[in-house]
Design a binder for this molecule. Structure first.
Ligand SMILES: Cc1ncc(COP(=O)(O)O)c(C=O)c1O
Length: 342
């Protein structure tokens, strides 16, 4: 049995999700008349108490559309150096938005009001770019799945309001945070100017992300999506999976978190594991000794039927998900112990 923990993106749609996809009424979304896409966009906007939303192919696309829409060329974006928008989106902030980036170094990728203040430029200093947008990530992927609470975000919002900055959320795994904190989802709609959520990660859809924001912002983002070649036609097949996931796959995320913690307990007994980041949601990141490269360890794991990814020279990441079962969890213990490290 192959245990694939490279990411929560590796899941297959469940039979019930496939059925919902096959049954979906379809239209041409570029012309605005795919009823299932329209229903998904309306459902998501209502859920967050935001005016509108836009269904897109990926979280990279929704993040980049947000940054492009909320900034002007020459503006500056403040984010943590671990954030996905900086590390893993192909330098898109500079390419798509012609904006610069100020990189804060927070604890496990989380920003704080004081940290943000350090990176805000004076708008009267002509030497500096104009600070325009703050981007938070929740949960923080490279921070090991740690999360913000609503009061923490509210404090950041106050700084943004004080300095006239906009606030975007990369909420690729926002629902993982929400099931842990129990925070009300509508609070997010009030605190952010735009939010990106992914349906293809913990929620188990084959494809898809949503960008949420004010109606005028989403109208502009729709223009940019077209410009990037991201207009799609009978996308209702994919939107149906999204509707199904929002209805059925949120509460179960707690199971992924519990299984991730159990993996953490197994790792504690392995001599080659030097440190495990606190396990807050579905991401497990652990450190190997200086003498052991993560790439070599991951190759060893693969021979035992476990897939993880190398997340730095000596860091390995596992992500639990919908297709990772208790049976696999039980098998994992023996498999992990059988890895030979020299
Ligand atoms: C935190 C975070 N944001 C954004 C993305 C981008 O999503 P996509 O792979 O759909 O472009 C990812 C993908 O793993 C992610 O982990």
């Amino acid at each position: 049995m192959l245990i694939d923990l490279r990411s929560d993106t590796v899941t297959q749609p469940t039979p019930a999700m496939r059925e919902a996809m096959f049954q979906a009424p379809l239209g041409d979304d570029v012309l605005g008349d795919d009823p299932t896409v329209n229903a998904l966009e309306a459902k998501a906007a209502t859920l967050f108490g935001m005016e509108a939303s836009l269904f897109c192919a990926s979280g990279t696309m929704t993040n980049q559309l947000a940054i492009r829409t909320l900034t002007r060329p020459g503006d500056d974006v403040i984010c943590d150096y671990l954030s996905h928008v900086y590390q893993y989106e192909g330098g898109g902030i500079s390419v798509n938005a012609l904006a610069s980036v100020s990189l804060a170094h927070g604890q496990r990728g989380k920003l704080t009001p004081d940290l943000i203040r350090e990176y805000i430029y004076s708008p009267t200093d002509p030497h500096k770019p104009l600070s325009r947008l703050v981007v938070l990530e929740n949960t923080v992927n490279k921070g090991g799945g740690c999360y913000y609470t609503v009061p923490e975000i509210a404090a950041i919002r106050r700084v943004c309001d004080e300095y006239n900055l906009l606030l975007h959320l990369d909420g690729a795994r926002l629902f993982n945070a929400l099931v842990e904190t129990g925070d009300p989802i509508e609070a997010y709609g009030q605190l952010f100017d735009s939010i990106s959520i992914c349906l293809s990660k913990g929620l188990g859809c084959p494809v898809g992300s949503l960008l949420l924001g004010r109606a005028d912002m989403i109208r502009q983002a729709r223009r940019y999506r077209k410009l990037m070649g991201g207009g799609w036609r009978q996308a209702g097949f994919l939107a149906a999976a999204g509707i199904y996931a929002l209805d059925h796959h949120i509460d179960r995320l707690k199971k992924d978190h519990a299984r991730a913690r159990k993996i953490g307990a197994m790792l504690e007994h392995l001599p080659e594991v030097e440190e495990i980041l606190p396990i807050d949601t579905n991401i497990v990141i652990f450190r190997l000794p200086e003498t052991l490269l993560a790439a070599d360890y991951v190759a060893q794991l693969e021979t035992k039927g476990i897939r993880g990814i190398s997340f730095g020279k000596h860091l390995v990441r596992f992500v639990t998900h919908l297709d990772f079962t208790d049976e696999m969890l039980t098998e994992m213990e023996t498999k992990l112990q059988s890895v030979v490290v020299s």
